[in-house]
Structure formats: C-alpha cells, structure tokens
Ligand binder design. Structure first.
Ligand SMILES: Cc1cc2nc3c(=O)[nH]c(=O)nc-3n(C[C@H](O)[C@H](O)[C@H](O)COP(=O)(O)OP(=O)(O)OC[C@H]3O[C@@H](n4cnc5c(N)ncnc54)[C@H](O)[C@@H]3O)c2cc1C
Length: 461
C-alpha cells in the first residue's frame, strides 16, 4: 500500500475516526455508478473531511508527496469520474454537508460541497425560492459532484444547468491554497470567469469547499401535459409547435416505447402502452397564465398528430415525474447491467437521430430504453445487457461508437450533462478540435502542475 508509511504522519493532523485505511473499508470506494471501466483500483486511503482547513492540510501533504486526490460526493456519476485509476486518497465530502446561509434578499444560498441537492431544494422552498438544477437522482447527488459535472436534468430547457447557478466558489488548489473565485453578486464582468472554469472540471482543477449559488423565485404553480405519438417526426414536430406558440415550458422530456413499458411495470403510474413515444411537457408560472399555456400546448400537440393528450391533475404530477426519474432503476429489472449514455445534437436533427438510435441498437442486438430531455436535444439511450457476456460487451462498444460518429456528423456532443470521466476520454479528441483540447491541458497544467487532482479524468496529461 502506497500510503502505509505516510499514514502515521497524516494521523498527526487528521481525526482518525475520519480515516478509512483497512482494505475492506476502502474497497467500495473503488466504484462509482460507471460500469464500463476496467481499471478500477481500490484507493489507498479514504478521508472524510470536516473543514476547509482539513482539506488544505491533506492537499498540501498530497502536493509535497505527489499523491493523487480523488474528490467524491455521492459517487453517482456514470463515467468513472470518481474511479481511483491510479490509487491515492479519496476525499469524501459527506460530513461537509451544511447549508451555511440562505439569503432571500440577495437570492443566494451558501453551502458546503456535501449538501444533497434535494435538501437544498427543500430548504430554499421555505423562502418561496427555487434551485432548479435537477439531475434525476437529486435526492442523493451532492452540490460538489453536481458542480464538478455541471449536472442538468428535466428542467434544463427553461432553467439551464448547474453552471447557470454558480456565482462564487471557494476552492482549494493543488498546492493546498484557498482561493475565492467569482463573486457574491448576480452579474460579473470583472475579468475571467474562473468559477465557471471549475464547473464541469470533474475535480481536475481544484477542490470545491464552499459554493454560493444563485436562487430564483419559485414558480407559483405547474401543470403537466402528456402527449402520445406513433413516430419520431411527429414527436419532434410537437416540440417545434410548442415553441412556435411562444410557450416556454419548464421541461420538455420524452420516453420511447420500451422505456414507457419498463417504467410503467416498475411504478404503475398509469402510462398508456399503446403508442411509440410519450412527450412530457411541464408548464409553470402563475395560476392565471397556466390555463392559457396548457391550451396552447394541447393545440401544439394535436397539430403534430398526437394520438392521445392527457392533462394529469396537479396531485398526480409528482408521481409521474418520480416514475420518469426511476428509469435507470426500472431498467435494471430487464438485465444484469444498465449502461446509460448521454448525447446531444441540435434539435433540428433530433427526429433523424432518434430513428438512428433505434436502428443502431437493433442492428447491434442490444436492448435499449430511450429517454431524454428532448427540448434540449439531449438523449439518454439506456442500454440493458449482461456485460459479462463477451458478445454483449463487444456489441455495446460497437453500438456506442456508431452512435458517437453520428453525433459528430450532426455537430453534437458525446456528453451534455454526465461528463467525460475515464469512460469517454478516448472519444473526446474525435469530437472537439485539437486546439481546444490543447488549451484545456494548458489550463490543467496551470491549476495542477503535478497532476495530482483526479488524474487521468477527461484526458491524459
Ligand atoms: C440514477 C442516476 C440518475 C442520474 N441522472 C442524472 C441527470 O438527470 N442529469 C445529470 O446531469 N446527471 C445525472 N446522473 C449523473 C450524476 O449523478 C450527476 O452528475 C450527479 O450530480 C453527481 O453527483 P455526485 O455527488 O454523485 O458526484 P460524484 O459522482 O461523487 O462526483 C462527480 C465528480 O465530481 C467530483 N467532485 C465531487 N465532489 C467534489 C468537490 N467537492 N470538489 C471538486 N470535485 C468534486 C468528483 O471527483 C467527480 O469527478 C445520474 C446518475 C444516476 C446514478
């Protein structure tokens, strides 16, 4: 074990109750929610940090001894961003989980990185405020993890992703210094946006130890409209029609037939199983405007040849979204493994890309539950298979690679919200231009000259 001789020294500045050094304790920290990474190593040490000072002490020590540091929130990322491919220390933030301040006048929340998104959402609602970023697993994922992945979700269509809510970050740099990036105010044209550089950097540039987040007024009410379609052209036309009607829904999401069936089997929330696609359109705003918005959306769906339009009662809406958010869990009932992908293309090409997704998964003989944030052009093909079966595994890789080449042809990206991590780094060069990757590497070197912060993620140095 790399750190055995160093552990004694580190214990002089760490609370030993916060250090996991035994193999059986460290073992589970080799994993996150990715399942295509072959090089998962058990970390040498897991440290539950409790304060900024403690983080600084650990990082200073790691900097001197060139020990890899892998920050970890809930470990739910799907791309191997928390995997310890080169051993080292896992910094676990679950004990830095305090909401430090909610300021209704400034419309900001100051939080520690281990705060669970769902907890923050509930707390700010007490002030009639709203923190929109909503990865499906917001009941477990952390602020630190969601900042590092720039997580999005169903509400991204109207409200954007995590990057749109980060005002200021306290960050421990690779040599253990503490810096404050961004500012507490709502607008900032004062130099480079360094806080934004940390957003989506997957723990490779600095360790987030505190965040000031922007809040917005909580919409007074919401209404869900469901529309069923038989083909992808009508499905996408419905989205275009909604926008032509000048309606701005909070979410425009969809599920394809196999996903509808799988989610319905799991959650029994009454989805109709007769059609190929289900569009979920959530409207929000004032009670007085919601009726008019609903009528316009119904009109838009009907003009796109929707086969069935439903407007569930307000008290049924939460159960429907809850069901939609269980799609990953529901899919695990179909096969031993689920590999969820995350691609995005311009909306003008969506109908064609959805059709190609179906054709490619069929061609490679892989079952797929297709869902996504269709308003954003963001698709999540969830491949259900047995990864221990060599043919299944080979087919999956061929299927993914074909998908990525289509994404490239349509000027899309191989990740919209799940990140690159270890899993997708070999595809990054085919999707981004070389110069921009070169600049990313220069930025990495400026922040982390010894390459100790989450090394090997996004790209190799
Ligand atoms: C069932 C399921 C559904 C999901 N749905 C969505 C979805 O709808 N939308 C979406 O965008 N994502 C989704 N995800 C992916 C993932 O959960 C999110 O990206 C999530 O926000 C990550 O949070 P986490 O706390 O688990 O982070 P982790 O997985 O623990 O970490 C993610 C990254 O952040 C880094 N990190 C963690 N804490 C810090 C810190 N304090 N400082 C610096 N770096 C840090 C880690 O090193 C890693 O690179 C889903 C995942 C699952 C399993």
């Amino acid at each position: 074990m790399l750190l055995k001789n160093k552990l004694k020294e580190m214990k002089t500045f760490l609370n030993s109750n916060n250090v996991l050094a035994n193999l059986e304790e460290r073992y589970c920290y080799a994993e996150d929610a990715s399942n295509l990474i072959s090089e998962k190593k058990t970390p040498d040490l897991v440290i539950f940090v409790e304060s900024i000072e403690e983080v600084q002490k650990v990082i200073k020590y790691a900097y001197i001894h060139e020990i890899p540091i892998i920050p970890r929130g809930a470990g739910t990322n799907m791309v191997g961003a928390c995997v310890c491919n080169s051993g080292g220390i896992v910094l676990n933030f679950s004990k830095m989980n305090k909401i430090l301040e909610i300021n209704p006048t400034n419309m900001t929340a100051k939080v520690q990185p281990g705060v669970i998104l769902g907890d923050l959402k509930k707390e700010v609602e007490k002030f009639n405020l709203f923190y929109p970023p909503d990865p499906s697993n917001f009941k477990v994922s952390t602020i630190g993890g969601s900042i590092a992945q720039s997580s999005g979700g169903a509400l991204s269509f109207k409200y954007g992703t995590t990057k749109d809510y980060v005002l200021s970050l306290k960050v421990v740099t690779s040599d253990g210094s503490l810096i404050t990036l961004g500012s507490q105010v709502s607008k900032n044209s004062s130099g480079y946006h360094l806080a934004q550089l940390i957003v989506g950097s997957e723990g490779t540039l600095g360790i987030v130890v505190e965040a000031t987040l922007k809040l917005i007024p909580k919409p007074q009410t919401k209404r869900l409209v469901l529309g069923y379609f038989n083909n992808e052209v009508d499905l996408v036309k419905a989205v275009d029609n909604i926008i032509s009607e000048q309606v701005f829904p909070a979410s425009i999401d969809f599920m394809a037939k196999k996903a509808i069936q799988t989610i319905e089997d799991f959650s029994n929330c009454g989805f109709n199983l007769d059609y190929n696609y289900l569009l979920l359109v959530e409207l929000d705003g004032f009670e007085t405007s919601i009726v008019e918005q609903t009528e316009l959306v119904e009109h838009a769906l009907s003009n796109a040849n929707s086969k069935l339009i439903q407007t569930p009662k307000l008290n049924e809406t939460d159960a429907i979204w809850e069901a939609r958010r269980t799609s990953f869990a529901a899919s695990t009932r179909l096969a031993p493994d689920v590999v969820s992908d995350d691609i995005i293309v311009p909306r003008a090409n969506l109908a064609e890309v959805i059709k190609l997704c179906n054709e490619i998964s069929e061609k490679h003989n892989i079952n797929m539950c297709l869902i996504g944030h269709i308003g954003d052009g963001n698709l999540h093909p969830q491949f259900v298979l047995d990864l221990d079966n060599e043919t299944n595994f080979r087919n999956l890789i061929a299927c993914k690679e074909e998908l990525y080449s289509i994404v490239k042809n349509f000027n899309g990206l191989i990740s919209a919200e799940h990140g690159i991590g270890l899993e997708k780094k070999k595809y990054l060069t085919s999707i981004l231009d070389n110069k921009s990757i070169e600049y990313m590497k220069l930025i990495k070197k400026a922040f982390d000259p010894k390459n100790i912060l989450n090394p090997g993620k996004i790209f190799d140095i």
